[in-house]
Ligand binder design. Structure first.
Ligand SMILES: C[S@@+](CC[C@H](N)C(=O)[O-])C[C@H]1O[C@@H](n2cnc3c(N)ncnc32)[C@H](O)[C@@H]1O
Length: 239
């Protein structure tokens, strides 16, 4: 998969993807990351990318021509027939979730558009953006961290990126429930023992215990998720 970031801060994004699993995915040829800077498409001598908002008000707005030119340089198809998702990072958009990550993991290419200042001229969204997502109900200074959050969530789902594909099958949100608690050696730590079932060698009992923990945790901590979860016939007996 190729992931493009349209950003005024390419070093920030390319620095972050140069570590850990994203870097390994890139080295293995499973993902590649590119950054395009709208400032490179500015035509004046100050390389201006922002201006004050029409109608007045504080702050600056990223100008349509430079962001538009940066996106067009990526050759992602004609307006209305984009060959891949072009995702605007936007705190006013619907919330990004695991479902979007799973959907995008089937794409060959993804483009993230990172806003700054007060945001991007709306005409970019109208012409070139195919989807917009927020990563949470708070406002960050720019779209780089949200784009990285979304890219990371997608890349770890690509086949071959995680050593054991079951890692993400067991993840929180993979099937609408929160994950189960994890333990590793030592079996006793500061007087607290690992739940006995986990050292019993009884795989069916371990699976039942984990499922029951997932159900209880989701019901207690995220009743909103629990009410939407696709429960199995025997789940109620585990609660
Ligand atoms: C300071 S914010 C602009 C906020 C905008 N004036 C508003 O009130 O909705 C600058 C940029 O950061 C990004 N951003 C900030 N918070 C975000 C969030 N929670 N999710 C996604 N993107 C976000 C967007 O790209 C946004 O254009």
């Amino acid at each position: 998969m190729r992931i493009d970031f349209v950003t005024l801060f390419p070093e920030m994004v390319l620095g972050a993807v140069g570590h850990s699993i994203l870097a390994r995915a890139q080295a293995a040829g499973l993902a590649e990351f590119w950054a395009t800077n709208p400032r490179d498409f500015a035509t004046d001598k100050h390389r201006t990318v922002d201006d004050s908002p029409y109608g007045g008000g504080p702050g600056m707005v990223m100008m349509a021509p430079v962001v538009h030119a940066a996106l067009e340089s990526l050759e992602i198809g004609a307006p209305g027939s984009r060959s891949c998702p072009v995702v605007l990072t936007d705190p006013a958009a619907p919330l990004f979730g695991q479902r979007e990550a799973q959907r995008w993991a089937h794409e060959e290419r993804l483009v993230f558009v990172c806003g700054h200042y007060e945001g991007i001229d709306e005409r970019v969204r109208e012409r070139l953006v195919t989807e917009a997502y927020s990563i949470g109900d708070y406002v960050l200074t720019g779209g780089e961290l949200p784009a990285l959050v979304m890219a990371d969530a997608v890349v770890r789902l690509l086949p071959g990126v995680l050593g054991d594909p079951r890692s993400h099958e067991d993840d929180s949100h993979a099937d609408g429930l929160l994950g189960f608690p994890l333990y590793t050696k030592p079996a006793e730590f500061l007087g607290s023992r690992v739940p006995e079932v986990l050292t019993s060698g009884d795989h069916a009992a371990v699976a039942r215990w984990r499922r029951s923990r997932q159900l209880a945790r989701t019901r207690e901590e995220r009743p909103d998720l629990f009410s939407r979860a696709d429960l199995r016939p025997d789940d109620l007996g585990l609660l």
